[in-house]
Ligand binder design. Structure first.
Ligand SMILES: CC(C)(COP(=O)(O)OP(=O)(O)OC[C@H]1O[C@@H](n2cnc3c(N)ncnc32)[C@H](O)[C@@H]1OP(=O)(O)O)[C@@H](O)C(=O)NCCC(=O)NCCS
Length: 151
């Protein structure tokens, strides 16, 4: 069974391993560690027993918006709803801390992540050119945390 918990220093090696497997340009270990202090209570792990199988880092900006800094799930644990659970929990924490909306950058070539965010209520807001380096553009995707869709 997978549970969502606050990340701790003891989780860092496994978080870094997932980060390295998930991104071409992974965040360095030192930055992932710094976020433990910068983003306390907005740094979550998904755990299967002692094993970290996913994580999400968020920050609140200007007191009214939540930024998803990074989210990744261990490759063999993907497509089981774990990413959505992490996203839902960080959005709840954003709301508790006064955020009105949540947003993130995603590479325009990362179609599975774009689909994942869309399924979770995010829409593409605009293009941020060269965000990941020359010629590597990002979409900014946004979710209003208060708007409710009618069925
Ligand atoms: C993006 C990412 C975090 C999603 O994590 P995940 O755990 O696979 O997410 P979920 O399982 O909640 O959702 C993924 C898909 O699986 C589907 N799914 C969820 N539960 C499922 C289940 N039990 N059975 C089958 N499919 C399922 C979802 O509907 C979703 O489909 P969609 O994306 O086509 O809408 C993960 O793919 C990842 O780590 N990618 C690499 C890092 C990355 O790109 N991060 C985002 C950078 S901006």
């Amino acid at each position: 069974m997978v549970i969502i918990a606050d990340a701790t220093e003891a989780d860092l090696n496994q978080i870094y391993e997932i980060e390295s497997k998930s991104f071409d340009n992974p965040y360095p270990y030192s930055l992932l560690r710094a976020y433990l202090f910068l983003a306390s209570k907005l740094y979550l792990v998904a755990k299967n027993g002692d094993k970290v199988v996913g994580y999400v880092i968020g920050i609140i900006q200007y007191g009214y918006r939540g930024h998803i800094v990074s989210i990744a799930v261990k490759p063999e644990y993907r497509n089981q709803g774990i990413g959505s659970e992490l996203l839902n929990e960080i959005e709840q924490r954003f709301k508790q801390n006064g955020a009105r909306y949540s947003y993130l950058e995603v590479s325009i070539s990362n179609l599975s992540a774009i689909s994942f965010y869309y399924t979770n209520g995010y829409i593409i807001s605009y293009l941020r050119k060269n965000y990941y380096g020359r010629g590597k553009h990002a979409f900014v995707m946004i979710k209003n945390l208060y708007y409710k869709f009618l069925d």
